[in-house]
Design a protein around this ligand. Structure first.
Ligand code: 4AD
Ligand code: MG
Length: 559
């Protein structure tokens, strides 16, 4: 039943928060706020129903006990204005006629100045609002309102602006339409030290300016494609009947058993003056974890798989999509200490089902961005990786190659290439081997390797009948190498217990995981896909640190 409150309780618990202080806006902007709709730049979600004097939020706190049936009547409570989608540059220029359908309309553009070129009769201001790569070219003559801001150098690259004008056909070849400016307001000035001026800057340099790099074409495009990949991910799994699951970020189990976890503890005080002697220890001199927050050692998760298995063995098909953390000291272009992973888990499924799901998923998300991110993909095709559109079209349409690990080793042994790391059966394949297989041996086609030696894979993978290999699979793609790692899980209790013993893992700490094999165990399988590696694969960006807004890597956690 919905909670309700009595009028008396409401009188004491309904709180009208103070209206916004008018000091928040500069005088020029403040005066704009009181003009009719189109001339009100700060009314982001405008509606005449609310005036500035009545702009307040109301919060109703329920006492939880009393009930009433009639609606609450409170006088003089301002309504929250209606939400209206704001017009963005993509709405104006993104359609098939690139804005020609809106010629003559009065339009407001809000965004950040990319460039400003003052010529004798007119000034060209390129404005970008991040909705697409295209800027709005705003053409301003000296009689437009606000021209003094151009004359007095108030407005420069990096400044935020509100510009109203009429959409007209453009004389330039770069765009079909441009905005003939009636009025310009500088919302926020930009200091001349703004580091991203027009000249091209390296991605290494931009990594040191991660707070400003989304204002470049490359990082704007990567952000939009990353967003589209996330949306397509949920769309794929939702359309196929999977339930999204939030797996825990703090965990006491090491899913991959590789000991690459970050410890989460309150035993180490976070003050710089803390002394080592303040860390509680046992009589034997060991850290006394019983005094820690969770009463035992806890870590940031390296994978949500074990938790996903619990829900798959109840809801059948589930997936996680969340952050994971690995303290591996790998300073490579494919490793992050914090990355996002997508982990589907399918019940009543074997390795074949798992590989089919991984293939369908990858083809779906790739097709999605080819269809829905055309402008950004064209940009990558021209500036980041020539031919990426053809490469991805092939991925979306062609069959993937499937090989066993043993066949892959034979192929590598026959290769005419000299590898830094020698190959023998039983070795863990290195990035150079994986890339050779997908890039050279199979000409850029994604390759799924299966049936790996059990010694190099995690404890939970299902043992094959040969006793030497497990039902594991890795999907390898060009440029990235391993994009996906997955397996059929060991659903037989006695096999799993035996494997934990062989690996000297503490069976007691896996009690709940083993329970899944005690109560209605089923064959099940799943995989993990590193989301940033997918972004790399789909955009052609070389370094994984440019595929996530704020990269975390050894020695680097700025921003
Ligand atoms: O192969 P991994 O370690 O598999 C697992 O974690 C399984 N529990 C997944 C499962 O079956 N549910 O990791 C899965 C993927 C890799 O293929 C790779 O794409 C990505 O996660 N990955 C990383 N991405 C960025 N930085 C790192 N340090 C990564 N480590 C793994
Ligand atoms: Mg792996």
């Amino acid at each position: 039943m919905a909670a309700a409150i009595s009028p008396a309780a409401a009188a004491t618990t309904l709180r009208l928060l103070r209206p916004f202080s008018s000091a928040a806006a500069s005088p020029s902007l403040f005066s704009l706020l009181h003009r009719p709709k189109l001339t009100a730049p700060l009314y982001l979600f405008s509606s005449p129903a609310i005036s500035r004097q009545h702009r307040s939020f109301c919060s109703v706190v329920s006492s939880g006990e009393s009930t009433i049936s009639e609606p609450l009547e409170v006088e003089n409570v301002a309504k929250i204005r209606e939400f209206h989608k704001r017009l963005k540059i993509v709405d104006i220029k993104g359609g098939p006629d690139e804005g020609l359908n809106r010629l003559g309309e009065t339009i407001v553009v809000r965004g950040w100045v990319r460039t400003l070129r003052a010529q004798s009769s007119v000034t060209f201001i390129e404005v970008n609002d991040g909705s697409c790569i295209s800027n709005m070219q705003c053409v301003m003559s000296f009689d437009a309102q606000g021209y003094d801001q151009v004359e007095n150098n108030v407005i420069s690259t990096g400044a935020s602006v509100w510009i109203q004008g009429t959409l007209v056909g453009s004389q330039g070849s770069k765009q079909k339409v441009e905005l003939k400016v009636d009025k310009l307001v500088t919302v926020g000035k930009s200091d001349p030290s703004f580091p991203i001026q027009k000249k091209r800057v390296s991605r290494e340099f931009l990594r040191t300016k991660a707070h400003l790099r989304p204002r470049t074409n490359t990082f704007g495009a990567v952000s939009r494609v990353r967003n589209a990949l996330a949306y397509a991910t949920h769309k794929f799994f939702q359309e196929n009947g999977f339930v999204w699951l939030s797996s825990p970020i703090i965990t006491a189990s090491d899913c991959e058993g590789a000991g690459e976890q970050f410890c989460v503890t309150t035993l180490v005080p976070n003050s710089t003056e803390a002394l080592v002697k303040d860390i509680p220890t046992t009589k034997e001199g060991l850290i006394d974890w019983s005094q820690d927050f969770f009463g035992k050692p806890a870590f940031l998760t390296v994978s949500g798989q074990l938790n996903a298995e619990t829900y798959a063995t109840a809801l059948t098909d589930v997936y996680t999509f969340g952050p994971t953390f690995r303290a591996e000291n790998s300073n490579t272009s494919r490793h992050l200490a914090e990355f996002w992973m997508i982990e589907p888990e399918l019940a009543f499924a074997d390795l074949e089902d798992d590989m089919a799901c991984a293939t369908a998923y990858l083809q779906y998300v790739v097709q999605y961005i080819l269809e829905n991110c055309k402008e950004d993909m064209d940009f990558f095709n021209t500036w980041i990786e020539k031919g990426i559109i053809n490469r991805l079209s092939d991925v979306a349409q062609k069959n993937f190659v499937q090989l066993t690990y043993t066949e892959a080793v034979e192929l590598l042994l026959k290769a005419k290439k000299k590898f830094e790391f020698p190959v023998t059966w039983g070795c863990d394949l290195q990035s150079e081997h994986e890339r050779y297989i997908t890039e050279e041996a199979f000409g850029g086609c994604p390759v799924i390797l299966r049936d790996y030696p059990k010694e190099i894979k995690a404890f939970y993978m299902r043992q094959n009948d040969d006793g030497k290999t497990v039902a594991a699979m890795d999907m390898l793609v060009p440029r990235v190498g391993e994009l996906i790692g997955g397996s059929q899980r060991e659903e037989r209790l006695e096999y799993l217990e035996q494997r934990l013993d062989e690996l000297k893992l503490n069976k007691e700490s896996y009690w709940w995981y083993l329970d899944l094999r005690r109560y209605g165990s089923v064959p099940h399988a799943g995989f993990g896909l590193g989301f940033e590696r997918l972004v790399q694969f789909a955009t052609g960006i070389d370094n994984i640190r440019d595929a996530i807004p704020f990269p975390r890597a050894p020695g680097s956690a700025e921003f």
